[in-house]
Design a protein around this ligand. Structure first.
Ligand code: SF4
Length: 211
């Protein structure tokens, strides 16, 4: 994708959805962190179903600790890999209480030091909760960035770094939402829906699919 095409590409995505949001449901920074931690290799819909039961009962690090491991597992066992996620979330809650006064830290270094929190999770929290222009590259962003020529890269980190260089500052904070949603609903993995794609004019992918 030519550099001059990147601005209209994002302007078009923004015009259709000026204030994009994550599809994970949360009402606090801790709920967001917990939901993202639970969402690895799971759908947002599946995580929301579990957290709609969990968060009314326990939505702070101390409250999750008070549930105990078996108690936490009983709320999230519909989510894939729930046993390891429960262990990670319990340990993360313990560290938040002991080391951060029960608050979610605001730096990448402190976030990535938490159990079960990798670079992508840290990027989501830094972006969605703290408004930083981080690029949380998931499977959808990885595919869209490569397929369109927006920010090609062989690894998620390479795509993240390419996006940081290529996305105009005005779109940086919201860009990962637009790319995820575009990948999830239009530029889908098995067959992109080019025939109803609003940004086809700037996308390098050929041949475009037809209805
Ligand atoms: S034109 Fe096709 S390949 Fe390009 S972004 Fe749209 S759906 Fe994806």
């Amino acid at each position: 994708m030519k550099r001059a095409d990147i601005e209209p590409f994002f302007a078009t995505l923004k015009a259709a959805n000026p204030t994009p949001q994550t599809e994970l449901e949360y009402t606090s920074v801790f709920e967001l962190l917990a939901a993202v931690l639970l969402s690895a290799q799971a759908t947002d819909v599946g995580v929301n179903k579990a957290t709609r039961r969990l968060f009314p009962v326990a939505n702070t690090p101390q409250a999750i600790l008070d549930l105990g491991l078996a108690g936490l597992e009983s709320y999230i066992k519909t989510i894939g890999l729930y046993r390891s996620k429960a262990r990670h979330l319990m340990e993360t809650c313990r560290r938040l209480v002991e080391e951060h006064g029960g608050e979610v830290p605001r730096t990448r270094e402190a976030l990535e030091a938490l159990p079960g929190v990798g670079r992508k999770t840290a990027n989501v929290v830094l972006n969605v909760a703290f408004g930083q222009p981080t690029m949380a590259v998931d499977t959808h962003i990885f595919r869209v960035a490569n397929r369109t020529g927006l920010a090609p890269g062989r690894t998620p980190l390479a795509v993240e770094q390419a996006l940081e260089k290529r996305v105009p500052p005005a779109y940086a904070v919201d860009s990962h939402h637009w790319l995820i949603l575009h990948g999830r609903y239009v530029c889908q993995a098995r067959k992109p829906l080019c025939f109803r794609c609003s940004v086809a004019a700037w996308c390098d992918h050929k041949p475009k699919t037809t209805a």
